[in-house]
Design a protein around this ligand. Structure first.
Ligand SMILES: Nc1ncnc2c1ncn2[C@@H]1O[C@H](COP(=O)(O)OP(=O)(O)OP(=O)(O)O)[C@@H](O)[C@H]1O
Ligand SMILES: [Mg+2]
Length: 266
């Protein structure tokens, strides 16, 4: 397996919302190239365009201009079959877990749907084993949760359930938009560890989207720094933290006063 293989590549990707006076350029001429098994963080403050960019990567929003290539070919999402095939390979965890689930489905159905999505034909017992395994990967007990609706779970349980689904679907690319915002610091590091384990076991490419440059440095190989719709700086995480070139990156880093001590860069 070629680790430097480019999975997802964007050139001049732009998204404009609205017209005339109400026009917002949410994402402006962004270039990116994400490799197999790479962990990337897109860092920027609120409103900088991170979620809009993520939605275009997912194919949930159409870019106003620019190109996105998947596995070296222009991405095709016109037909249902093309979208279904693409979404088998690229999955996302969004800020609000409720938006990722059908809230009228119980946990058991949410997990069974992953087996269905993969087109696997399994016996009842095999399905049960698979769902149980996915739950135990994220420290949830299937027996306690299978009969519950998403709104009966805590924020942390819901986010772990989302990761259990990712474990079952094992996509090539996972986009995690502020996956840790709803939970306390302790479960936060557990969730991050689970995601890193998924990368190590499956060579998954993970794209983290966050405000937190310290966290981004901790988890990623590569950083993309986003300001007002533009990527102002990108490159290996360590290089950027040790010698940021752009003023905005310097500001982001100085907003985290302890980053140099915490990550032993003093
Ligand atoms: N559907 C939409 N219609 C109009 N404007 C939008 C829409 N979605 C986002 N925007 C605007 O685009 C800009 C970027 O928004 P986006 O949600 O991508 O930012 P973000 O970096 O994810 O912010 P946060 O960190 O707060 O989640 C903002 O100015 C926002 O108001
Ligand atoms: Mg966002």
């Amino acid at each position: 397996m070629n680790k430097r293989e480019v999975l997802l590549k964007g050139t001049n990707v732009t998204k404009v919302f609205g017209h005339g006076k109400k026009k917002t350029i949410a994402v402006s001429e962004v270039d990116f190239a994400f490799h197999r098994g790479e962990i990337i963080s897109i860092v920027g403050e609120s409103g900088s365009g991170k979620t809009t960019l993520a939605k275009m990567m997912m194919g949930l929003l159409k870019e106003t201009s620019g190109n996105i290539e998947y596995l070296g070919k222009p991405r095709q999402l016109k037909t249902y079959a093309q979208r279904k095939a693409y979404w088998k390979d690229i999955q996302a965890i969004f800020q609000d877990p409720f938006s990722s689930f059908n809230i009228f489905h119980k946990v058991e159905k949410l997990l069974k749907d992953c087996i269905k999505l993969q087109g696997l034909k399994l016996s009842k017992k095999e399905q049960f084993e698979k769902m149980k395994e996915a739950c135990s990967f994220v420290n949830l007990k299937f027996e306690e949760l299978y009969n519950k609706y998403p709104f009966e779970l805590s924020g942390g349980q819901m986010q772990r359930l989302m990761i259990a689904r990712i474990f079952m679907l094992h996509p090539k690319i996972l986009i995690a938009d502020e996956p840790t915002s709803m939970i306390d610091a302790c479960s936060r590091s557990t969730i991050l560890d689970m995601l890193l384990k998924l990368r190590d076991e499956n060579q998954m490419t993970i794209i983290f989207i966050t405000h937190d440059v310290g966290l981004a440095y901790y988890v990623s190989d590569t950083l993309y720094i986003m300001e007002k719709g533009k990527i102002v700086e990108s490159g290996p995480a360590e290089e950027i933290i040790i010698s940021p070139r752009h003023l905005y990156t310097k500001q982001l880093i100085s907003d985290v006063p302890k980053i140099h001590e915490e990550w032993n860069l003093a």
